[in-house]
Ligand binder design. Structure first.
Ligand code: ADP
Ligand code: MG
Length: 302
């Protein structure tokens, strides 16, 4: 879907992105993670052709970025800007309509689309004439998402979409994000500096430091097969909770007594997400057998 081949970006003589090679496959969510200044936003902007890379190749749907008509490219990619980035002097409705208008949709089609999206993001239609300043942080974030989804693009780029929210709302929004109709099946690049967020939302994680990819892989791979010491250290502060996120119920099934097993239906869920009535029991078997479970992870093909 999106392929970056040895992409670098200089700002004057400062190398912000250094030889990044990355592929975002159809329907997957890839988290770009790294501390502030590691080049995440720059990579997103290069993918979206908001800025021009200094070297390397980017292709979208197997077509080099430079060969894309800019308006056509906008139709393929929704962009959720860091710090929401709604236009303060436009109403909610107008903010969501921007790309469809750019694409020359009929007015009535745009109206219909806005109403559908507002419903999906749980914002009453009566609020569509409001300005962003009259919305809560969570509502603004959802409008930013609706704007990116307006033309139903197959690719969504999101720059710290939950960054401005307080932790409780953020957790709610992350849950909504996973369930949101309209995001299913899309290829998503999610920029975040929060490893837990990446672990919850992404299929694969690409960890950056100073513009250089340190490792791209699943949460399991980063946890149990770290490419270098940087990766290891980056995950260390949250290692326990990340492990519980990486381990799925099916991984501990062999250690669970038969009578409990029959009550467990969702074996794909991570231990961190076990249904509340099963939490004490599942966690007990997880903690008792943790060493053997994790040894498997370190040695398995993962
Ligand atoms: P992140 O999104 O990971 O925080 P950015 O991609 O925004 O990082 O920035 C990467 C580096 O490039 C930072 O050191 C930042 O200061 C620098 N940078 C970003 N934009 C510009 C710019 N327009 N001009 C000069 N330097 C920039
Ligand atoms: Mg950024």
């Amino acid at each position: 879907m999106v392929r970056l081949e040895n992409v670098s970006k200089y700002y004057a003589d400062f190398l912000a992105v250094d030889g990044v090679t990355l592929e975002i496959r159809e329907g997957e969510t890839v988290a770009l993670i790294g501390s502030s200044g590691s080049g995440k936003t720059t990579i997103l902007k290069c993918i979206n052709a908001l800025i021009t890379r200094s070297s390397g190749e980017i292709s979208v749907f197997d077509k080099p970025l430079d060969e894309w008509d800019p308006v056509e490219l906008r139709r393929k990619m929704g962009y959720v800007i860091q710090d929401v980035g709604l236009f303060p002097h436009y109403t909610i409705e107008k903010n969501i309509s921007l790309i469809p208008e750019l694409l020359g949709w009929e007015h009535s089609d745009i109206q219909t689309r806005v109403d559908i999206l507002l419903e999906r993001i749980h914002i009453p239609g009566s609020m569509k004439k409001r300005y962003p300043s009259a919305l809560s942080g969570g509502q603004k974030q959802r409008v930013g998402l609706a704007r990116a989804l307006a033309a139903d693009p197959p690719i969504i780029l999101m720059d710290e979409p939950f960054g401005a929210l307080d932790p409780i709302i953020r957790a709610d929004m992350q849950r909504e994000f996973l369930a949101l109709e309209g995001l299913q099946g899309k290829s998503i690049v999610l920029v975040t500096h929060d490893m837990n967020e990446a672990a919850i939302l992404a299929d694969r994680i690409c960890l950056l430091d100073k513009g250089v990819i340190q490792q791209t892989g699943t949460l399991k791979e980063l946890l149990f097969k770290p490419a270098n010491e940087f990766v290891q250290r980056f995950l260390d502060p949250q290692r326990d909770s990340l492990e519980m996120r990486a381990v799925r119920i099916k991984d501990i099934m062999p250690f669970i007594p038969q009578e409990l097993r029959s009550r467990i239906l969702i074996t794909e869920a991570s231990v961190a997400d076990v249904p509340s009535e099963l939490i004490p029991e599942i966690r007990k078997y997880y903690f008792i057998n943790r060493d053997s479970i994790l040894v498997n992870f370190r040695t398995d093909e993962i």
